[in-house]
Design a protein around this ligand. Structure first.
Ligand code: SF4
Length: 412
C-alpha cells in the first residue's frame, strides 16, 4: 500500500537535530507540528488536546509558556505527553529558563521580541547544557524594528538577517542545536524568505505560513507556501497555522505530507471522480456516505468512488479499493480489477467490509479471493451502458461538430 514519493527534487541537505525522539533534518522524515490553544496551566485540558493532536498526525506539539503557572503546567504535562513538547517563548527569557526546568524537549524563541544579547546567550547556554534544541522563530509581523528600518520593511533579507543575528549569539556560547523558521502571512514573501534561508543556513527549516486564517482560505494559503517549498526540497518540519481547532492543523499537515509522498499513509485517502454525463449515481452523495462510514476506522488505504463502470475502474486503477456504479449495481474493484458485483443499495456496505478485509488480509489475498464471474458481469454492464449512452456520453463530439459547422462552414 506504500506509494512512491512524487517529490523529485532532491531534499536540501541540512544538519540533524532531535526534539525528544523526533529527528528533524539530515534526511529524517518531514515531521508535523501543531500548537495547543488551551491555557498551559490547565494540565488535563492541555493533555487531552495533545493526545487529540498526536492522534491526528502531530509528531511534536508546542505549548505557550507565558507565565509561571504555564511553566509549572509543563512540568506536569511533559511526563504524560505521547509526543515531544516545545515551549513557545516571547518577551520573557525567564520563561525559557523555567520551561527548561520543566523538562521541555525544545524551545522556540522569537528574536523580534527577545532582544537582549546577554539573555539570549544565557538561554542558549542552558539549552546547550541540557541538550535541548531551540527554534529561531522569526516572524515578519514581529520583526525587530531596527531590521525593519534597515531593510525598508519585512523583506526576505530582513527575516534571514534576524535569524543570522540570533544564530551569532548562539554560536558565541557554542550552541548549534538549532532549527530556523522565517514565517510570513504573505505567501510569496514566505516562499522567498525560506528560499533565501535555505541558501544561507544548513540548519533544518521549520515551514509555516503564519496567521493563515480560517479554512478554507487559510488551508489554501498554508498549502501554497508549504507545498511549493517541499516540492523544491526545502523544509524539514511543518506547521499549519489555522484559525481553527488545532486538530485540523495536525490533520492538514499529515495529509499534505502523505499527498506529496513524503510520509507513509497513516489514514484513509478517499478519492472520487468529478462526475459527468456518464454518472450512474449521485457521486457526491455516495462519496460522503463512504467517507462517513470509513472515517472512524481511518484505514491506511486509498478508496475510490467512481460514477460509472465504463471508465471508473480504469481511471482509478491506482486505488487500493473502489466502487463504480452501473445498471443499478455496484462494481467493487481492487487495483482496477473487478472483484465483486453487488446491488447498488448494498455497495457502500460491501465497500466498507472489503476495506476491512484488505487491511486484515492484504491486497494480494483479496485479489486471489475475487469472484470469478465479476469481471465478465462488469464487462457486460460496461458494454450495455456504452450502447445506451454511446461513446460520447457528454455530447462533446456533437458540440465540436456544431462548432465546426458554425465557424468553419463545414457541411454534413
Ligand atoms: S466517465 Fe464515469 S468515472 Fe469518469 S467522471 Fe464520468 S462518471 Fe466519473
Amino acid at each position: 500500500m506504500a506509494r512512491p514519493a512524487v517529490i523529485t527534487a532532491e531534499r536540501r541537505k541540512t544538519r540533524q537535530i532531535k526534539v525528544g525522539d523526533v529527528a528533524i533534518g539530515g534526511g529524517a522524515p518531514v515531521s508535523v507540528q501543531s500548537m495547543t490553544t488551551t491555557k498551559t496551566a490547565d494540565v488535563d485540558g492541555t493533555l487531552s488536546q495533545i493526545y487529540a493532536l498526536a492522534g491526528a498526525g502531530a509528531d511534536i506539539v508546542r505549548c505557550t509558556c507565558n507565565e509561571q503557572a504555564a511553566a509549572e503546567g509543563l512540568a506536569r504535562i511533559i511526563p504524560r505527553s505521547p509526543v515531544p513538547i516545545v515551549a513557545d517563548i516571547h518577551f520573557h527569557h525567564e520563561m525559557a529558563l523555567a520551561a527548561l526546568e520543566a523538562g521541555v524537549h525544545g524551545l522556540r524563541l522569537n528574536p523580534g521580541n527577545l532582544r537582549k544579547p546577554e539573555e539570549i546567550r544565557l538561554v542558549a547556554s542552558e539549552a546547550r547544557d541540557r541538550g535541548v534544541p531551540i527554534r529561531i522563530g522569526v516572524n515578519a509581523g514581529s520583526l525587530h524594528p531596527d531590521l525593519y528600518k534597515r531593510f525598508g520593511g519585512a523583506t526576505p533579507e530582513a527575516l534571514v538577517e534576524s535569524a543570522r543575528m540570533e544564530l551569532a549569539y548562539f554560536e558565541e556560547v557554542d550552541f548549534h542545536d538549532v532549527k530556523i523558521s522565517v514565517k510570513a502571512s504573505n505567501v510569496p514573501l514566505m516562499i522567498e524568505s525560506y528560499r533565501l534561508a535555505s541558501e544561507t543556513f544548513d540548519h533544518p527549516l521549520h515551514l509555516g505560513v503564519t496567521e493563515a486564517g480560517p479554512p478554507p482560505a487559510g488551508l489554501l494559503k498554508a498549502t501554497a507556501g508549504i507545498a511549493t517549498l517541499l516540492a523544491e526540497g526545502i523544509g524539514d518540519t511543518i506547521r499549519y497555522s489555522l484559525t481553527a481547532d488545532p486538530v485540523e492543523e495536525a490533520r492538514a499537515g499529515r495529509q499534505l505530507l502523505e499527498a506529496l509522498g513524503l510520509r507513509e499513509r497513516k489514514g484513509l485517502d478517499l478519492i472520487a471522480c468529478p462526475s459527468c454525463g456518464r454518472a450512474e449515481i449521485d457521486v457526491i452523495g455516495v462519496a460522503k456516505e463512504v467517507q462517513a462510514a470509513l472515517e472512524e476506522k481511518n484505514l491506511p488505504i486509498q478508496v475510490a468512488v467512481m460514477g460509472c463502470v465504463v471508465n471508473g475502474p480504469g481511471e482509478a486503477r491506482e486505488a487500493d479499493l473502489g466502487i463504480a456504479a452501473g445498471r443499478k449495481k455496484g462494481h467493487l474493484f481492487i487495483k482496477g480489477k473487478i472483484v465483486r458485483v453487488v446491488p447498488e443499495d448494498e455497495m457502500v456496505e460491501a465497500l466498507v467490509a472489503e476495506a476491512d478485509r484488505i487491511v486484515a488480509e492484504g491486497i494480494e489475498a483479496r485479489l486471489a479471493a475475487a469472484d470469478s464471474t465479476a469481471e465478465a458481469e462488469a464487462e457486460a454492464d460496461r458494454r450495455a451502458l456504452l450502447e445506451k449512452k454511446g461513446e460520447d456520453a457528454n455530447n462533446s463530439e456533437v458540440r465540436v461538430n456544431l462548432i465546426r459547422k458554425t465557424i468553419g462552414g463545414e457541411k454534413d
